[in-house]
Design a protein around this ligand. Structure first.
Ligand code: IPM
Ligand code: MG
Length: 375
């Protein structure tokens, strides 16, 4: 009775598999990078609270980089058009002209973009950009010094459940299936990024997080390949934890200071980093770097907060998360002192001018004013 739907699904699956095989083969044959004279930083506002918080981060970058901008070493380029209205109008996660503008930049500072969920099949702009720019490492720091927390998360960013998340199979009225994809090259490069970070920063422990006891093929291979890479870093202790117990461990005071660097497949990283950010004070306090060999994109880890906009509270959006992303951007482009300066300014501004709707709370703009004074 379901014969026709099954045939269609099998054909669809074949196409998905072929496309993933092609992608995996390309990962093995990457062209080397050429060095550039000038760094172009694209600034993409996004949706909802995105343009409000991104404007303050842009202000901060302009102030910090004014000499480099004047000398033509850095360009800040505003990129319009990555809005939900525009994306729905052309029916594309990232409209072609916007993607071309983005690809002409080197790094991006990006505000959150709205993703329609459920039936509307428009893909998330984030996910599409991560794929298009091959931003394979999602790097998220979380730190709470007074609790001994100093964590760095390496979330695989282009594969796993996200690779073909919008392309599952359906036998109408009976079942649906989605897919998880793990490639050898994709796993090795995220593992290497995590272990290299650990080595360069004197970290002594890396936690591999999977559910390889249940998800045998994909997580199973992720686990084996991470252990293989780990063997090249004998000074670093490596342990594998399953995602469920790791979510509990993050809440366990005795474990917190032992955990340092984490490496994990995409969806687990998505969930665990929200939990970690909440421990730090909320998802609004954490920045996120999406890096690849050619491009890098820095963003807040939270969404576009449409409910906040609907309540007319957009001006009270907290820009800290995107500002932390800007700190990571500055480090990435080789400006650690400026990153430090911005980091200190965010700390000060958050004390003297906390954003919020309480009587002592300030607006996003006022936070930006306090911040720029420190730069
Ligand atoms: C994140 C976000 C994204 C994700 C959304 C906005 C697509 O939650 O960056 O963690 O799921 O990866
Ligand atoms: Mg998330």
């Amino acid at each position: 009775m379901y014969q026709e739907a099954i045939e269609q699904a099998v054909n669809h699956y074949r196409e998905l598999l072929l496309a993933q095989v092609e992608r995996a083969e390309k990962l093995n044959n990457q062209a080397p990078l050429e060095k550039k004279e000038k760094t172009v930083i694209g600034v993409v506002g996004g949706d909802g609270i995105g343009p409000i918080i991104t404007a303050q981060a842009e202000r901060a970058l302009k102030a910090l980089l004014k000499d480099e901008i004047a000398a033509g070493k850095i360009e800040l380029r505003t990129i319009e058009g990555l809005t939900i209205e525009n994306r729905l109008a052309v029916g594309k996660a990232v409209p072609d002209d916007v993607l071309a503008e983005i690809k002409a930049c080197d790094v991006l500072l990006k505000g959150p973009t709205t993703t329609p969920s459920g039936g509307e099949l428009l893909e998330s702009a984030n996910v599409a950009l991560r794929r298009e720019l091959d931003l394979f490492a999602n790097v998220r720091p979380v730190s709470v010094p007074e609790q001994g927390i100093d964590w760095m998360f390496f979330r695989e960013n282009t594969e796993g459940e996200y690779a073909i998340g919008g392309k599952g199979i359906e036998i109408p009225g009976l079942l649906t299936m989605d897919f998880k994809v793990t490639t050898v090259a994709g796993t090795k490069r995220i593992a290497r990024a995590a272990f290299e970070y650990a080595r360069k920063n004197g970290k002594t422990h890396v936690a591999i997080v999977t559910k390889s006891n249940i998800i045998k093929k994909t997580d199973g291979m992720f686990s084996i390949l991470c252990r293989e890479v780990a063997a090249e870093y004998p000074e670093i202790q490596t342990d594998e934890y399953f995602i469920d117990i790791m979510s509990a461990n993050l809440l366990k005071p005795a474990m917190r200071s032992q955990l340092q660097v984490f490496v994990m497949p995409n969806l687990y990283g998505d969930i665990l980093t929200d939990e970690a950010a909440q421990i730090q004070g909320g998802v609004g306090t954490a920045g996120s770097a999406n890096t690849g060999d050619r491009y890098a994109m820095f963003e807040a880890i939270h969404g576009s907060a449409p409910r906040m906009i609907a309540r007319g509270m957009g001006d009270y959006a907290n820009p800290e998360s995107i500002l932390w992303a800007a700190v990571m951007l500055l480090r990435h482009i080789g400006m650690p002192e400026k990153a430090e300066k911005l980091s200190n300014a965010i700390d000060t501004a958050s004390k003297v001018c906390p954003v919020g709707t309480t009587p002592e709370g300030h607006t996003c703009q006022e936070f930006g004013d306090a911040l720029v004074k420190e730069l």
